[in-house]
Design a protein around this ligand. Structure first.
Ligand code: HEC
Length: 104
C-alpha cells in the first residue's frame, strides 16, 4: 500500500476517535434525561428540592459514583434502579455538563 494512503487513514481514524471522546456518553445521557432532569434539569441547573447545580459540582469520579449510588438527603439512591455500569455512564455524562458551563 502507498505509505501516503496509510498516513491519511491514520489521520482519519484519530480524528474520529477524538470526535467520539468529545461526545457526551449517549447511554449516560439517556439515563440522565429519564431519571435526573426532573430535579437537576437538562443542563444540570434546575435545582428542584435544593438539587445541586451539576455544572459547578466539583466532585471527583468516586464521590460522584457514591452520591448517585447511595443518594444524599432528598436525592434518591439509584443503586437498586441502575446497574454499576449505568451509574458509571451517568457519571461520565454528568461531567460533560460541566464543560457546557466552562464554554460559556
Ligand atoms: C428527587 C430529586 C432528585 C433526583 C431525581 C436526582 N437528584 Fe441528584 N440531587 C438532588 C438533591 C436534592 C441533591 C443535593 C443533596 C444534598 O442535600 O446534599 C442532589 C445532589 C446530586 C449530586 C451531588 C452534587 C454535588 O456537587 O454535591 C449529584 C452528582 C447528583 N445529584 C446526580 C444525580 C443524578 C445522576 C441523578 C439521576 C440518576 C439525580 N441526581 C437525580 C435531587 C435529585
Amino acid at each position: 500500500m502507498n505509505p501516503k494512503y496509510l498516513i491519511l487513514v491514520a489521520l482519519l481514524l484519530s480524528e474520529s476517535i477524538g470526535a467520539m471522546a468529545r461526545q457526551p456518553d449517549p447511554m449516560g445521557r439517556k439515563i440522565y434525561e429519564s431519571k435526573c432532569t426532573r430535579c437537576h434539569g437538562r443542563d444540570g441547573t434546575r435545582g428542584l428540592f435544593g438539587a445541586k447545580n451539576l455544572q459547578t459540582s466539583k466532585l471527583d469520579d468516586k464521590t460522584l459514583y457514591e452520591t448517585i449510588s447511595e443518594g444524599r438527603r432528598i436525592m434518591p439512591s439509584w443503586k437498586e434502579k441502575l446497574t454499576p455500569e449505568e451509574i458509571h455512564q451517568v457519571v461520565r455524562y454528568v461531567k460533560t455538563l460541566r464543560s457546557t458551563h466552562n464554554q460559556q
